[in-house]
Design a protein around this ligand. Structure first.
Ligand code: NAD
Length: 378
């Protein structure tokens, strides 16, 4: 069976879905691997390295996809490439189907079976293939490093002969995978860190990393169960806004990571809150791809407000650390495929009843199969 690895074409995308290391293992499974020329260039994997690992280099998407039974990608391919995917092929990628309503019906019509890796259930067995975790962890790290560069003072307290530099105060909004890594990284750099979240479980995690917890705790947060936060009520948002107003003003750096699966990100940092920050402060918005947690975020841009606060709303934060992000993403996909690999048939086998398959498979055999994307009943 042939497995194609495409060059990513989406704006701000720098990652690739296979590395030389994973190609070697895919070839060992009995696959013929075709990598589109230049696919790894932004992640520091050359065509020659893919070739040395056993891949064929295809000059364009048509050549890579011809006869492919499996396609590995980071994001869902653009329509022009999708049209080249053979019917019956298995596409494994971060599909982003909630933000692209056309995608699932198009996949079904084309007879492409699609696994949306971002919909993986957050269960222990799925951890090694959890693309959201592997990418968010790196994004959280990168956010702090970029905030430290944008912040024109120091992170740690420095006592020098010329006087003392005070430590930076960092406030992290959302303590999921990215937020917890941001807390840990900011602490390592010597900042005084606090953080908030709406899930009760996050409070202990925040404290265990040496940060203080700042947050509204009420019946609504107590009722937050499961891996993902639910959208909060207007009453909660008002209570949270009052607390955020005093907290944001006291901090030098605010790192926003709050997401609600399948929805627009909640706006938590308002324009007046940014106005209350000292000149030279920094707001980093990891939620920019989902609209942003800061009202002033311009997705894809870095702006400075009239009161001198930098608001960094880069899109695709994991893509800003592409070598590590591709390496982990490629391993996540390899683990997925080997978990569902039929050694005798030398082909993937996706059992309908498996929780991972139930959670991620959007389409199969020309039909939409995922309950969240089924067409409305006539
Ligand atoms: P996420 O990216 O969906 O959201 C980031 C954080 O923002 C979350 O902690 C969320 O609670 C928070 N948030 C949402 N709305 C908010 C608001 N209005 N105000 C403040 N904070 C808000 O989350 P994630 O990083 O994907 O993690 C989701 C959960 O999955 C976490 O509980 C994490 O520990 C868990 N997880 C479990 C496993 C596993 O295998 N068991 C693996 C990875 C993650």
């Amino acid at each position: 069976m042939r497995l194609a690895v495409l060059k990513e074409r989406a704006a701000f995308e720098t990652r690739v879905a296979a590395t030389a290391e994973t190609v070697k293992k895919l070839v060992a499974l009995g696959l013929t691997v075709a990598v589109e020329s230049g696919a790894g260039v932004l992640s520091a994997v050359s065509d020659a390295e893919y070739q040395a690992a056993g891949a064929e280099i295809a000059p364009d998407p048509a050549a890579a996809l011809a006869g492919a039974g499996i396609v590995f990608a980071v994001q869902a391919p653009e329509p022009a490439e999708l049209a080249l995917v053979p019917a019956g092929a298995l596409l494994v990628c971060i599909a982003g189907a909630f933000g692209n309503p056309e995608l699932v019906p198009t996949l079904a019509r084309a007879g492409i079976d699609c696994v949306a890796m971002e919909m993986l259930p957050r269960i222990t067995r799925a951890q090694a293939m959890d693309v959201l975790s592997s990418q968010a962890n790196l994004a959280g790290y990168r956010a702090v490093v970029e905030s430290a560069t944008a912040f024109e003072r120091g992170f740690p307290m420095m006592m020098t002969a010329a006087g003392t530099v005070p430590p930076a105060r960092v406030f992290v909004i959302g303590a999921g995978v990215a937020g917890l890594q941001a807390i840990a990284t900011a602490r390592r750099l010597g900042a005084i860190v606090s953080a908030t979240d709406v899930r009760p479980a996050a409070k202990d995690e925040i404290k265990s990393l040496g940060a203080s917890f700042v947050g509204v705790e009420d019946e609504e947060t107590a009722a937050q169960r499961g891996a993902y936060a639910k959208e909060m009520s207007e009453a909660f948002r008002q209570k949270q806004a009052a607390l955020m107003a005093t907290t944001v003003a006291k901090n030098d750096i605010v790192i926003c990571t709050a997401l609600v699966m399948g929805r627009k990100a909640p706006v938590i940092v308002t324009a007046p809150m940014v106005e209350s920050m000292k000149a030279g402060s920094v707001v980093i918005d990891l939620a920019a791809d989902a609209g942003g947690n800061c009202a002033l975020t311009q997705p894809g841009a870095s702006i400075v407000t009239p009161n001198g606060v930098r608001v960094l709303g880069w899109r695709n934060w994991p893509g800003r650390i592409p070598v590590a992000a591709s390496s982990l993403y490629a391993r996540n996909l390899l683990t997925f495929l080997t978990t569902f690999w039929d050694k005798d048939a030398k082909a993937p086998k996706l059992p309908e009843a498996d929780d991972i398959i139930k959670g991620t498979l959007l389409t199969r055999g020309g039909a939409v199969v995922h309950p969240q994307f089924l067409p409305p009943q006539a």
